[in-house]
Design a protein around this ligand. Structure first.
Ligand code: AMP
Length: 194
């Protein structure tokens, strides 16, 4: 089964598409953001360490997130992974390459959801409003202020991965501003070819 990375700024729709792929294809979403939020509420030492970073919109250290992914890959070995929100730095990208190679797994595609930055803050605010209306927990970092920091982190640390994966021949760019269903169909086409 294919292993893919979903790349794109916060609010691009990576999580939404990853969940759809889990339902539609039985793939496994590996979201470092979800893992870090879970660690935070579980009251572990690591959770305490990362809480302030999560709230600020900054990036958690490479060591921590690489460790989380390594642990998860060791538990679920069969592949069909959707890396969502990881890698976010070049160091993480190299580490992922090494981890997959060690397991004999390939990276089949890196799918960039290309979005209009100006629209993102609106999506983030809507995500918070929808969660509130549904009585679900609202992410503390889904505010316009913290979003600014997250977007800056994206351009500073994560956007270089676009060139990196393009040069490796792995990058596929899709229109992330299309509606959810159209994006899902475009991803499905990529996977069917992989
Ligand atoms: P996300 O749910 O992907 O938006 O991630 C939420 C927050 O978790 C980010 O703003 C970072 O603080 C942290 N985080 C998630 N994934 C990573 C990663 N790969 N590297 C560093 N920090 C991360």
């Amino acid at each position: 089964m294919a292993n893919i990375i979903l790349l794109g700024p916060p609010g691009a729709g990576k999580g939404t598409q990853a969940k759809r792929l889990e339902d539609a294809r039985g793939m496994v979403q590996l979201s470092t953001g979800d893992m870090l939020r879970a660690a935070r509420t579980s009251g572990t030492e690591m959770g305490r360490k990362v809480a302030a970073v999560l709230d600020s919109g900054g990036l958690v250290t490479d060591e921590i997130v690489i460790g989380l992914i390594e642990e998860r890959l060791a538990q679920t070995g069969h592949g069909g992974f959707i890396f969502d929100g990881f890698p976010r730095t070049l160091k993480q990208a190299d580490a992922l390459g090494a981890l997959l190679a060690r397991k004999g797994l390939a990276l089949d595609a890196v799918i960039e959801l290309v979005v209009d930055d100006a629209a993102l803050v609106g999506r983030i605010v809507k995500r918070a409003e929808d969660a509130r209306a549904a009585g679900q927990p609202v992410r503390k970092d889904d505010t316009p202020e913290v979003f600014q920091v997250r977007l800056q982190e994206y351009y500073k640390n994560t956007a270089p991965l676009i060139g990196y994966y393009w040069a490796k021949g792995d990058l596929v760019q899709l229109d992330g501003m299309a509606d959810m269903q159209a994006v899902a169909e475009a991803i499905a086409k990529v996977l069917d070819k992989a």
